[in-house]
Design a protein around this ligand. Structure first.
Ligand SMILES: [Zn+2]
Ligand SMILES: [Zn+2]
Length: 127
């Protein structure tokens, strides 16, 4: 590992050490990340996870049900959004209306279950 990476992982461990001390049940807080195209998350600690200690690191403990977005043209369930218009207005489209959208299909991004949807061309995880 080069020194900058080592420093970074040390810093991350340091930060997580602090997070553990700062968080408590019921606490609401804001987390901002990616300072290029910042995503702001409003978070709330619902409960403290208790369970057997595992060797493997936790990658994903829980996931929300994906919110449903309606097509702005016809009201059907949206499958895509325009990566260009989303900064100005609601820009969710179903398959048919998306195909006719003026910005063209190159600007279309899939609707995914993530607060990063539509940011920096984010397309979700492949899986
Ligand atoms: Zn539609
Ligand atoms: Zn557009």
């Amino acid at each position: 590992m080069d020194t900058s990476l080592e420093l970074l992982s040390e810093r991350i461990l340091h930060v997580f050490g602090h997070i553990r001390q700062c968080l408590s049940e019921g606490l609401e807080f804001v987390h901002e990340y990616d300072f290029g195209s910042t995503t702001v998350l409003k978070l709330k600690v619902l409960a403290i996870h208790t369970g057997a200690k595992r060797k493997e690191k936790v990658i994903l403990m829980a996931r929300n049900l994906p919110p449903v977005f309606a097509c702005v043209e016809c009201g059907k369930q949206a499958t895509q959004l325009c990566g260009c218009c989303i900064y100005e207005e609601e820009a969710f489209y179903c398959d048919e209306c998306g195909a006719e959208h003026e910005c063209g299909e190159d600007m279309m991004l899939p609707v995914v279950n993530s607060p990063r949807m539509g940011v920096c061309g984010y397309c979700g995880e492949d899986a």
